[in-house]
Design a protein around this ligand. Structure first.
Ligand SMILES: [Ca+2]
Ligand SMILES: [Ca+2]
Ligand SMILES: [Ca+2]
Ligand SMILES: [Ca+2]
Length: 286
């Protein structure tokens, strides 16, 4: 751990505080039966997919729409739409299903992991009534590795859209073209759970329409390993891999094995003393 990483530590510490707060909130939430709600939400989402269809954004629109299928409509339901993909994720020991739909594939051709950052605009919509609860018309930067800053499903959904190309003009808001567009749908358990939040009633499933401007493959500590390459246990998260157990995960720690030699100056592939541990993770080899 060196002074040069202080900035990253400060960032990480503030994240940790936000996370703690969130956990405290969760503890206050009583004995709500999240497992039962997950089952209810699964059914709600399948019903929704069977009774709704997607209207892709026009050329000058950021977001598409999801509408109810009327008897007179001759359209493909989301349930039968081959672009709709289902994913499974376990959170707090409960299995959840969520969905994503990639309508336009951004020309950047890169998708974010949960350890990267993105420039994205989005529209959050309630499942029933299709009421908008949140919207950004400009591209916002989101460091997805700041896990505690986001609802679980937002980070999950951000992984399925390619970015576009930077088309910014000096003096104007940052702009991207040929962006990735589509939407994802999450159950309440991956959203705000059983807590009402602003215009969002408790236990609401949520739709996020996405316009993915750009994906930034992050290397927070500038050691030549991307954040996701510092996910040693391969669970898709970089914040829980801390080789020297000093409380600072490898992706914000410039000296992962705390041997006094910066990770950027150590071999990422060689195992000099042959003990099965590569040099940058082995305090015995500098
Ligand atoms: Ca790194
Ligand atoms: Ca990990
Ligand atoms: Ca560390
Ligand atoms: Ca080292």
């Amino acid at each position: 751990m060196k002074l040069r990483t202080l900035f990253y530590l400060a960032t990480f510490l503030s994240i940790a505080i936000i996370s703690c707060k969130k956990d405290d909130d969760d503890d206050n939430v009583d004995d709500f039966d999240h497992a039962a709600q997950a089952i209810v939400d699964k059914e709600i989402l399948v019903d929704y997919l069977k009774s709704h269809y997607y209207i892709a954004p026009l050329e000058d629109e950021y977001f598409g729409k999801i509408d109810t299928i009327l008897e007179t409509d001759n359209v493909t339901s989301l349930f039968d739409d081959i672009k709709l993909k289902k994913y499974n994720v376990t959170y707090n020991d409960i299995d959840y299903e969520y969905y994503s739909y990639e309508q336009e594939i951004g020309t950047q051709g890169i998708k974010a992991s949960k350890a990267d950052s993105v420039m994205v605009r989005y529209q959050g919509v309630l499942l029933d009534k299709s009421e908008e609860f949140d919207r950004s018309n400009f591209f916002n930067w989101f460091g997805l590795y700041n896990a505690g800053n986001y609802i679980v499903g937002f980070r999950e959904g951000m992984q399925y859209f390619s970015g576009g190309e930077n088309a910014s003009v000096v003096g104007e808001p940052i702009k991207f073209t040929n962006t990735g567009k589509g939407f994802f749908i999450i159950p309440s358990g991956l959203g705000y759970r059983n807590i009402a939040n602003g215009d969002i009633p408790a236990s609401s499933c949520l739709v996020f329409h996405v316009d993915m401007g750009y994906v930034i493959i992050a290397d927070n500590d500038n050691d030549g390993l991307t954040n996701i390459e510092e996910d040693l246990d391969g669970d898709g998260e970089a914040y829980n891999d801390d080789t020297d157990e000093d409380g600072y995960p490898n992706f914000v720690d410039a000296d992962d094995d705390n041997d006094g030699t910066l990770t950027k100056d150590e071999s990422k592939t060689e195992d000099a003393d042959g003990d099965g541990i590569v040099d940058y993770l082995d305090p015995d080899t500098k």
